[in-house]
Write a protein that binds this ligand. Sequence first.
Ligand code: SAH
Length: 242
Amino acid sequence: MPRFFMDRGEIGPGFAVLTGEQAAHARVLRLKSGDRVTLCDGQGTDYQCVIDQVHPDRIRLAVESQGSAASEAAVTVRVFMAFAKGDKPEHVIQKATELGAAEILLFPSSRCVMRLDGKSQEKKLARWQKIAASAAEQSGRGRIPIVQVLSSYEEAVAEAARADRALFFYENEETVTLTEALREPFSTVSLMTGPEGGFEDREVEAARAAGMTVCSLGKRILRCETAPLCALSAVMFAAGEF
Ligand code: SAH
C-alpha cells in the first residue's frame, strides 16, 4: 500500500490533504478515489486512509484509523558512530535506517580524521537527515530516525550509557562476546563503534567506567562502516525482528 510521510500537525480530525510533491507522487501512482494509502507521521504512528477527492494540485484523504507503525522494531536501538571519512557516515545512516535504528548519533574521538566545524556540521547534518528520511520512506518505516552530531566523546559515552544494553565495540576485546552481552532481555540498546583508526585505550576505559559493556564483534577486524551494521543486525536478530 502506498505510504506518505506527513507531519502530525497537518493531519486533521478524520482527514488529511496531500499537496505539492506528495500530490504529484500520488498522481504518478495513478491513485484514485476509493484507493487506500497509509500516512506516517514519522514518529511511529500510521494512519490508514482512503482517497476521498482527487484535484490537480491536492488529494483529500479520509482517515479511517490510526495505530503504532507495524514496521517499527519492538526494541529501541541507538547507533553511535565515530566520525568517519568520505561517504561512510551516509552509508551507515542509510543502512541503519533500513535495519530499524531509532537514532544515529555521530561523535568525535581521538583518532577521527574527519572533523566538523559549525558551518560544515550544519550542512552535513541536514544532508544526513535527508538520507535518513529517504531511506525510511524506501524501507517502509513508520519512524524517520533522528540523526544527531554530538560535540564530544565524553557526551557520546554519557548518552550511550543510558540504555538497558550499552555496548561498546572494541576491536581488541577477546572475552565478552555479543551473544553473551545480549543474553538477558532488553528494550533499549546503544551500539558504539570507533573510527578507521579504532579507539584509544583511555577511551575504552572511559566507556567502561561509564557502565558500558566492552564487547567483541568476533575474530575479524571489521571496517568502521561495517561494524555498526553488523552489531545492529545482530541486535535485531536477538530481539526477534527477523
Ligand atoms: N584500528 C582497527 C580498525 C578499527 S575498525 C584496525 O585496523 O586494526 C573501527 C571500529 O569498528 C572499531 O573501533 C570497533 O569499534 C569496531 N570493530 C571492528 N572490528 C571489531 C571487532 N572484531 N570487535 C569489536 N569491535 C570491532
